[in-house]
Design a protein around this ligand. Structure first.
Ligand SMILES: [Fe+2]
Length: 189
């Protein structure tokens, strides 16, 4: 194992830039098939807007560390009446939680446990969300600007996308008459 050493990492609250960053990935709309309710609007937006970027993740991780952290920067937008969102996941290790701290923008963190209980936490500048172990979590940009948040997690947590990708979550976050609404997902009726 390589030696761990103290480090300062700079994070830009407006852009989510991480310096130095050790990893990055981006998700474009075409890579998020099946998570939006309106499949027609999904494919039309890919075509008409040239497969827009939905979110980008930057991370800082030292080889051998138990913890890592980084930012997620989500673009604003909607597919039909549903706001842009992340895939959503449980952690592979069911004993590992996570913390999200919102730096800028406006959104909702949608959570759901294995028993089907749902919860939402507002994401706004200065708010930190405690995500308990074994609660699935998905972030949703409900505002007109990018939503930028930092996350702090155990390296051992891992990602389990399967259940959420197959079934979706029990709540949808939509815009109706200019208002943000959390509604039941009709797939679960
Ligand atoms: Fe997570």
């Amino acid at each position: 194992m390589s030696e761990l050493y103290p480090a300062e990492v700079l994070i830009n609250s407006a852009t989510g830039a991480v310096s130095p960053a050790t990893g990055r990935y981006a998700k474009h709309l075409s890579e998020l098939g099946g998570i939006f309710s309106n499949a027609d609007a999904w494919s039309r937006t890919i075509r008409e807007e040239n497969d827009p970027l939905i979110y980008e993740v930057l991370e800082y991780k030292q080889e051998g560390s138990d913890l890592f952290f980084g930012t997620t920067t989500m673009q604003p937008g909607k597919i039909g009446d549903e706001f842009y969102m992340t895939r959503g996941h449980f952690h592979e290790d069911r004993t590992k939680g996570e913390v999200y701290n919102t730096l800028s923008g406006q959104g909702l963190l949608l959570l759901e446990d294995r028993q089907g209980r749902s919860s939402t936490i507002e994401m706004r500048e200065g708010s930190s969300a405690f995500i308990p172990p074994d609660w699935a979590h998905r972030s949703i940009n409900c505002g007109p600007a990018p939503l930028v948040f930092t996350w702090f997690c155990s390296v051992a947590a891992g990602h389990d996308y399967g259940q959420i990708l197959q079934q979706g979550m029990r709540k949808l976050v939509i815009e109706r008459n200019g208002e943000i609404e959390v509604v039941a997902n009709p797939k679960f009726d």
